[in-house]
Design a protein around this ligand. Structure first.
Ligand SMILES: [Zn+2]
Length: 319
């Protein structure tokens, strides 16, 4: 009976998403779920999770190799990001921090997440703002808007899940990764695209530093940077940009899900946080075709992942 329910669970997204989308979800899980890298960790030290997850990502490691070789395109991309960071640093001084959260409370989160051991540059900042928003900059500056602490029945594990998602964006240098792709496409074609992209990154950094509300500020910067290029190269590349952004977003979600699992809270706890962030759209089951996934889409994909993991455990009880 239990098994029957799980199979129903497993079929649910297929019914909801349709067969093609189901294939896409399977592909996302295959390519971006970090389970295969973290499942053999022997100790329970949370920093071990970050080390294992970061060493396991193919795209990220390709980027690191290109950086060490100082290849032209990655260098240009890095310069674009550094320029954006320069504007960002100047704007940051205007943000209002909630210093009551940046003492003992922050230390206990660092402790739970193994942040100090795993990252040398990461800093967690609580910014006074009613929006339910968080972002991670390429230099490890993570912003949590205090509005997030007003989620229904908020507890520290809501924050841990959201942070794990943002840490993934930082750890895998998603902004650089998208900018690199954009630069490589620039190089193939007109130079003007590169200039446009640079301007957009700078403008988005300014907006982010001024608390302009976007779902995921740095992710949007990255998306906007790529947007001009995709617009320009639409004939050759179709919707490539959107697909890529979705993959990064899901990779960050898979990381958060697996991190919660790793520290013994369970991946479903992260799904609950996403549900709190999206209370009104829970019934939406269509995948938004012209932009990145909605929170509902992300929830459904993670529910599918949960059902799949449970089913696999039943089928191979020895493992
Ligand atoms: Zn994100």
């Amino acid at each position: 009976m239990k098994r029957f329910i799980f199979i129903l669970f497993l079929l649910f997204p297929i019914i909801c998403f349709g067969k093609d989308n189901y294939k896409n979800i399977e592909r996302l899980i295959n390519n971006y779920d970090v389970l295969k890298y973290v499942k053999d960790i022997k100790d329970r030290d949370p920093s071990s999770f970050w080390f294992a997850a970061s060493y396991g990502d193919v795209q990220y490691n390709k980027m690191k190799r290109a950086l060490s070789k100082k290849s032209g395109s990655i260098f240009t991309a890095k310069n674009n990001i550094d320029e954006a960071m320069f504007s960002m640093l100047m704007m940051r001084s205007r943000l209002t921090h909630d210093s009551s959260l940046e003492g003992e409370f922050r230390n206990s989160i660092y402790e739970i997440m193994g942040v100090n051991k795993a990252f040398s540059n990461l800093s967690l900042n609580f910014i006074v703002n009613d929006e339910q928003n968080a972002s991670a900059s390429p230099d490890g500056y993570i912003m949590i808007y205090t509005g997030l602490l007003k989620l229904p029945n908020f507890d520290i594990y809501d924050l841990v899940g959201i942070l794990a998602h943002e840490i993934a964006h930082y750890m895998f240098q998603h902004t650089l990764s998208i900018e690199w792709k954009a630069v490589k496409r620039h190089n193939k074609n007109v130079t003007i695209a590169s200039i446009l992209s640079g301007i957009e990154v700078g403008a988005a950094a300014y907006a982010a530093a001024n608390g302009v509300n976007n779902q995921d500020t740095w992710n949007n910067i990255a998306r906007n940077a790529a947007l001009y290029n995709d617009y320009i190269y639409m004939d050759d590349h179709g919707n490539y940009r959107y697909r890529y952004t979705r993959e990064l977003e899901m990779q960050a979600d898979f990381v958060a899900y697996r991190f919660m699992e790793f520290i013994g809270i369970g991946g479903e706890r992260y799904i609950q946080t996403l549900m709190k962030l999206d209370p009104e759209n829970r019934d939406s089951i269509t995948i938004d075709s012209d932009d990145h996934f909605s929170i509902s889409d992300r929830i459904n994909i993670l529910l599918y992942l949960t059902a799949k993991s449970k089913l696999e455990n039943i089928e191979s009880p020895g493992q």
